[in-house]
Design a protein around this ligand. Sequence first.
Ligand SMILES: NC(=O)c1ccc[n+]([C@@H]2O[C@H](COP(=O)([O-])OP(=O)(O)OC[C@H]3O[C@@H](n4cnc5c(N)ncnc54)[C@H](O)[C@@H]3O)[C@@H](O)[C@H]2O)c1
Ligand SMILES: O=c1ccn([C@@H]2O[C@H](COP(=O)(O)OP(=O)(O)O[C@H]3O[C@H](CO)[C@@H](O)[C@H](O)[C@H]3O)[C@@H](O)[C@H]2O)c(=O)[nH]1
Length: 452
Amino acid sequence: MAALEGACRDIAMHAKAGCVLVEKSTVPCKTGQLIKDIMEAHRPGVVFPVLSNPEFLSEGTAIRDLMQPDRVVIGCESTISGHRAAAALANLYAAWVPRSRIAPIGIWSSELCKLAANAMLAQRISSINSISAICERTDADVGEIAKSIGLDPRIGPKFLKAGLGFGGSCFRKDIASLTYLAESLGLPEVAAYWQQVLTMNDFQRDRFARHVIATLNNSLRGKKVAILGYAFKKNTGDARESPALDVIRILLEEGPKSITIYDPLCSEADIKRELSVLERDYAVSMPDGPIEVVSDPYTACANSNAVLILTDWDMFKNGKPLTQSSKPVTIAETYDGATPTDVLHLTPRVERATINKPPTPPRTPKLSPLAPELNTRLLPEPPCPADCIVCRSSSSAGMSVETDTTTPIDWAHISKTVREPRWVFDGRGVLDARAMVGMGFRLETLGRASMY
Ligand SMILES: NC(=O)c1ccc[n+]([C@@H]2O[C@H](COP(=O)([O-])OP(=O)(O)OC[C@H]3O[C@@H](n4cnc5c(N)ncnc54)[C@H](O)[C@@H]3O)[C@@H](O)[C@H]2O)c1
Ligand SMILES: O=c1ccn([C@@H]2O[C@H](COP(=O)(O)OP(=O)(O)O[C@H]3O[C@H](CO)[C@@H](O)[C@H](O)[C@H]3O)[C@@H](O)[C@H]2O)c(=O)[nH]1
């Protein structure tokens, strides 16, 4: 809040009267009031309308989510200046978003709806994960259950994939924020309800890791564990808040000889930085500790006593080979080359030298040109930061702009290099069990009864 206060003070010192302040970040409910109070303290009597315009993009699809949002929420105060400010922001979005998708609502509803949306999505994941634990003890299959309940249009199929639970920088923090809000409003039952979503998420990783240990005769001494996937979800190189960290923490308790990690997009530096929180209790990275990050899945798996799949990368699947039409996605393609300025029919003034592909035409049809006065107010894009993932990926070892993330790995080859009895633990439900068993693996999958 000190940073927010400082930013508001700077704005108050320099902004013209009537300047509209828009909250984009996910904020605690009533932050808009705080902004108004700070502005009033520095510029008494001057109106600065505050809007809430939460961001709903997901990592890996950020540009598409910006270009083709399913909704744009604009929260304003119910005053003339508030409504005018909301209309101005709506006009800006209307350059590329259909009006029917722009939802004007109250500012406090807008702030809270972002937390509520993330909490509801996370709750679905914890709900299906709770069912997955029951499945493992009843011979039911959580994949079949998700498919059948998802056919009910009142439930729908999305966010019902059971596995190691949600990671990423948003869900945990936003549920914690909602829980804190409920507690501070004197609603302990509400706080406990949402807290349980986090508890179930932790339970899922914990029981997965402990099942691995139990299956390997309750000891990892002298054993090698291979980990396929570190990112918190596929199609991103974001290593923050990954379920893998919790799994590795528990494995380290058993003193494995080595843990070898492969991820197609997470950089070694990012993975090691995340793992460094474990250094309080263990020596982590080689040569002092057991963990090594490697640049190909075959090196990771060779001579391992168990292979663990911790990210749902398509390349880890053993299903049908990709057809020509479902061509592999590369990191360059996940960033689709179009920018908001493209959408507004402006020519980006700084080229991204690292994106080595011809410019993509704007994907949204029938775009209105931007009003000339707005055009002059848009500044050139600043250079990428030193740790920009796109730039970094083109330079760091083991990752390149052409990193192919969907060509399936060769499980038949891996079956020849792992140690007997060839344990594979699928934490993301990506593997076809019958095919794996056919190749001589012993497969354990979250949400399915054990076959052994
Ligand atoms: N990452 C997403 O996919 C996503 C999607 C929707 C909404 N959001 C929300 O957007 C906000 C930012 O998320 P993010 O993923 O971009 O986070 P981030 O950690 O990648 O970026 C935060 C930025 O804020 C800067 N910063 C942090 N503390 C600061 C301070 N005291 N003063 C000045 N600058 C400071 C950091 O240097 C960094 O550049 C969060 O509220 C998040 O919930 C994120
Ligand atoms: O059925 C599912 C769906 C997702 N996940 C996991 O849930 C986490 C979050 O996934 P996702 O929501 O796709 O990623 P984020 O990029 O964190 O996006 C979420 O968080 C953003 C930041 O607030 C919001 O803007 C988005 O709407 C919201 O989906 C990941 O670990 C996924 O593996 C599952 O386990 N099962």
